[in-house]
Design a protein around this ligand. Structure first.
Ligand code: BGC
Length: 500
């Protein structure tokens, strides 16, 4: 045991070597107001550059989702959500009552091997799930074509709404032969092979789906965000403010949803306060140099950052932590998820007994009280940094658009489940945007981040509905084959929703 330094509160009994490390970690992980503002300003200029230039750091992908819903959309649509953990198929019926819908859905586990398998395996599996869903809910029905909104939550270049060239895999996916190609043809081929009567109507990012689903019931919604396994946002731009589309001579006042793909912010490492641990995460990921911002704040990485810090401290000769314990389990990369950190931050007991049990049960490490104090502090530092940096992306979009007030629809495991994430984010927005003292509490703030409606289900269905409506009205920008869309719209009108 090192020397005991006298400090007040829970750190009172923490020996000097651990206290020194806590101080060092604070210096590494705390992001003060000045830094938040610096990051946000750089963010604004990167967003603008992305609208001007092809292949910029933040891609700012036009999505060809060119309208907000007005709440009066109707009809039945399929939605497919290819998330990281599950594959979800939904049938969404937008009902006659304004802003209302019915939904039936099935979840299929996304086998881990699929994420690093082959493209054929991926599309085959996805098509099998859709086939199973239709056979189960619509056996013996004559179906011509069902319109589908496919939520594909990876960066894609879209020349049309039913098209998307995968720019790169993110979130640990690494399937050969998909990057750089349009994902729609192999997906459709797998459906045709199985005789599944589906018309892919819209390829949708989860952030765009979130924005549109939230706007279905809330007209103040202007941005959709995901704070989950990955992080990103979409917002509604006007075509006149997208110089890289100028050659298309679109009406400058037409709206265009932009999928920012801002997980890639600061890939050049100009402003983000990266720690040595962030650098290791990046180096050892399947795509080094990509998604710099995401790797500091998204759910996939929070537990790994935490694990890397603890491992480093254990190996540091100046610091005694987990002495004489078998740290074999802690050595396993990506063995701790964001839920592990959340559980530590949620431990309600002064003596951190839940954290003690968590370490013992999951990692076979028996922690001393000072070690538990360090662990709690570290979880807080990582969780707080994630929330504060996350706020920079939202603040940057608002600053760029000159929005003083608006609602932001948010979804994702970190937003929904990580303790204090919402409040810490609201506090950071207040600091960045210089709101008065009584703001920054979330509720009633000028810019309020609210839990969204189901973006990848209802949002994707709404975008399919809006696309069909546009095709029928002859507004065909970004629609590859308007006649095929009109046929799908007509077929959809004959389709009867499944009964629960
Ligand atoms: C993807 C985005 C997605 C975000 C949230 C990122 O890794 O590149 O397309 O919106 O994760 O799911």
């Amino acid at each position: 045991m090192g020397e005991i330094t006298c400090v007040s509160g829970s750190m009172a009994d923490v020996p000097k070597d651990l206290l020194d490390q806590i101080n060092r970690l604070e210096e590494l992980f705390v992001v003060d107001t000045a830094k938040l503002k610096e990051v946000t300003n750089q963010f604004v200029s990167e967003l603008e550059r992305g609208l001007r230039e092809e292949n910029s750091t933040i891609p700012m992908n036009p999505t060809w989702c060119m309208a907000f819903p007005d709440g009066n959309e109707t009809g039945t649509f399929l939605a497919l959500d290819m998330g990281g953990t599950n594959l979800r198929v939904c049938e969404v019926t937008l009902t006659e009552e304004k802003g209302e819908f019915d939904i039936i859905q099935s979840k299929y586990r996304m086998p881990e091997e699929l994420k690093t398998g082959t493209a054929d395996e991926l599309w085959g599996y996805v098509a099998d799930c859709l086939q199973q869903f239709i056979e189960y809910h619509h056996a013996d029905e004559e179906i011509e074509q069902l319109p589908l909104g496919f939520t594909f939550s990876y960066p894609a270049t879209q020349n049309y709404i039913d098209h998307g060239i995968l720019q790169r895999w993110t979130k640990g996916f690494d399937i050969d032969g998909v990057e750089g190609k349009d994902v729609v043809p192999p997906f459709e081929a797998a459906l045709t092979e199985r005789g599944v009567p589906i018309k892919l109507t819209a390829l949708v990012n989860d952030t765009t789906g979130t924005m549109i689903a939230s706007a279905y019931t809330d007209t103040q919604m202007k941005i959709g965000c995901i704070f989950g396994t990955g992080c990103n946002a979409a917002y509604m731009e006007n075509c006149g403010s997208i110089p890289k589309l100028a050659h298309m001579n679109l009406d400058p006042d037409l709206p265009m949803a932009i999928n920012c793909e801002y997980g890639a912010f600061d890939n050049e490492h100009k402003v983000l306060p990266r720690t040595p641990y962030d650098i290791i995460i990046d180096k050892e990921s399947p795509r080094p140099g990509q998604q710099s911002f995401e790797k500091m704040i998204a759910g996939l990485y929070l537990g790994e950052i935490f694990r890397l810090v603890l491992l480093d401290l254990h190996q540091n000769p100046d610091c005694n932590i987990f002495e004489g314990q078998d740290i074999g389990k802690l050595k396993k990369a990506y063995s701790l998820d964001a839920g592990f950190l959340a559980a530590i931050e949620e431990d309600p007991f002064e003596n951190l007994s839940e954290t003690h049990d968590l370490f013992q049960n999951s990692l076979s490490i028996v922690c001393t009280k000072p070690e538990l104090e360090l662990i709690r502090k570290l979880a807080e530092l990582i969780g707080t940094r994630a929330a504060r940096l996350s706020a920079c992306g939202v603040a940057a979009i608002c600053k760029k658009k000159g929005w003083q007030t608006c609602h932001v629809g948010a979804d994702g495991s970190v937003f929904n489940k990580y303790p204090h994430f919402k409040l810490r984010g609201a506090q950071a927005l207040k600091e960045i945007l210089d709101w008065p003292k009584n703001k920054g509490k979330g509720k009633g703030d000028p810019i309020e981040i609210l839990p969204s409606e189901d973006g990848s289900g209802v949002g994707a269905a709404l975008i399919a509905a809006l696309t069909l409506k546009r095709a029928e009205q002859g507004q065909v920008a970004g629609i590859r084959d308007p006649e095929a869309m009109i046929r799908a719209a007509q077929s959809a009108k004959k389709f009867k929703p499944a009964l629960e």
